[in-house]
Write a protein that binds this ligand. Structure first.
Ligand code: MN
Ligand code: MN
Length: 476
């Protein structure tokens, strides 16, 4: 008898003292699972149609407009409940809703990114070699290059033609359109390739995109100039179909992305497989939570940034002053001191983290790694090598955010980027922190992050959306 009592006491004490982020299913019912499944349907549609930052900006702008957001007017007047958007070069966008409190009491900021790792074309991409036509490429973001060969790819891009006419390209997504592919060497002849170090299995200059194989033929079938006839044929097709000449590719932004559509993964359909979930999962969840906002207590800004995957540099990334200047303009319009606004603001850097992968346990320290289906991941710091290249949220701020999550029954778990000194990664958090804003990373765990096909959990995504909703409603 006393032994059972002792056992119960130990169990009770453990429950009281231990921290154990649990599987979400343990505390949400079938109804929530249904809501999670429903939420993921909209998310999958978004993923399948928005594969570049420009496509995301178009989508976000149009959803914002449908929900009563108007283009930000630097000469306009704003009052609580007013909704606006500000697009930066069609590659980054901010949406906002004015809150009840004076902005000097701080903003609620959600910051995600809408660019994903991919393959871009070089400025002079087209060439012919051994009667085949190719595009030269330069990869964008941190990829394992071998994953991008022997894979069906679509071309997405923006071209400004010599005559100034703008052209949006999307070729390869529809069944009856051609697609494109980077070839790899057959295993039968790959003895030398297989002896290379893994990181050099496929080299940057071997990522060449196959775009055609037939030569240009004159009506008579004869020509005195037989050089580069396959290249000529491809350029002729591009000219007939899109009015392009070779020089137009020099000015263009053209990217290659996997053609896959987002699909359910697993017999239980609990997971989502798709390209570009880092970080469109946070972009979508933050957009949906912001669109639902009525009049928040604190003015809400949701920023969707470009260039995170290449270090947030450039005038559409968060290292640029564009966001800071925008907040400054907004503050001055509302008669608020910009520095006070920033100093009192709170931000969730909405980005994904690595999910524990049981096939690669040695890369992770399990108790500090996020698990699929255990909820939104709260990442105090990212970076690498002794907490370098990261902001590190204060105890007070981590308390503030996790309390909001707990009070709103949002399942969350702490996360880290793998074992100490195995590598690392970063997010936009440090660029927001530079503005003297309190910031912490909140996202979902992802398997195969940065691969052409990434995997997330529907329950986690639903919890992330609940986390963002709770954050934007804070103070209510
Ligand atoms: Mn990311
Ligand atoms: Mn990333």
């Amino acid at each position: 008898m006393s032994e059972i009592k002792e056992l119960n006491k130990t169990k009770e004490l453990k429950e009281q003292l231990f921290f154990k982020p649990d599987h979400i299913q343990k505390f949400i019912g079938a109804e929530k699972q249904g809501e999670a499944n429903h939420f993921s349907e909209g998310y999958k549609t978004f993923l399948s149609s928005c594969k570049t930052e420009r496509e995301c900006v178009d989508y976000i702008k149009s959803e914002a407009q449908k929900n009563g957001f108007r283009e930000f007017d630097r000469d306009g007047k704003y009052k609580p409940g007013d909704k606006f958007y500000y697009a930066n070069r069609n590659k980054a966008i901010v949406i906002g809703t004015i809150g009840q409190k004076n902005p000097e009491e701080g903003l609620s900021i959600l910051a995600s990114h809408i660019d994903s790792p991919r393959i871009d074309l070089k400025p002079r991409p087209i060439y012919e070699k051994s009667e085949l036509c190719y595009f030269k490429t330069h990869y964008y973001g941190g990829i394992k290059k071998y994953q991008w060969t022997a894979l069906p790819l679509a071309i997405h891009g923006k071209v400004v033609k010599k005559n100034g006419e703008e052209l949006t390209l999307k070729i390869g997504e529809l069944e009856d359109e051609p697609l494109f592919c980077i070839t790899d060497l057959l295993p039968h002849l790959a003895d030398d390739q297989m002896k290379r170090p893994f990181s050099k299995g496929i080299m940057g200059e071997e990522l060449n995109l196959l775009v055609g194989s037939l030569p240009y033929l004159t009506d008579s079938g004869e020509t005195s100039d037989s050089a580069d006839l396959v290249k000529l044929n491809i350029l002729k097709i591009l000219n007939d179909k899109y009015g392009l000449v070779e020089q137009d590719m020099v000015t263009a932004e053209i990217s290659l992305v996997p053609i896959f559509k987002a699909r359910d993964v697993g017999f239980d359909r609990s997971l989502i497989g798709a390209y570009g979930q880092d970080d469109r999962v946070c972009a979508y969840a933050s957009l949906m939570s912001h669109l639902k906002l009525d009049i928040p207590t604190y003015t809400a800004l949701t920023v969707f940034a470009d260039k995170e995957e290449t270090g947030s540099e450039g005038n559409t990334g968060l290292e640029s002053f564009f966001f800071e200047f925008f907040v400054e303009d907004l503050a001055s319009k509302m008669g608020a001191n910009f520095r006070k606004v920033l100093a009192n603001s709170c931000c969730l850097s909405a980005d994904v983290n690595a999910a524990f992968d049981p096939s690669w346990p040695d890369a992770f320290e399990k108790s500090n790694t996020a698990m699929l289906n255990h909820g939104a991941v709260v990442t105090k710091y990212t970076g690498s090598r002794g907490k370098s290249d990261t902001s590190d949220a204060t105890a007070e701020f981590v308390y503030k955010i996790t309390t909001i999550l707990d009070e709103n029954k949002v399942a969350w778990q702490p996360g880290m980027f793998g074992k100490v000194d195995t590598g690392g990664g970063g997010t936009v958090a440090k660029y927001i922190a530079r503005l003297n804003v309190d910031v912490i990373d909140v996202g979902v765990p992802v398997l195969s992050m940065h691969a052409p096909y990434e995997i997330t959990s529907k329950l986690d995504i639903y919890m992330l959306n609940q986390a963002f909703e709770a954050f934007l409603r804070r103070g209510k």
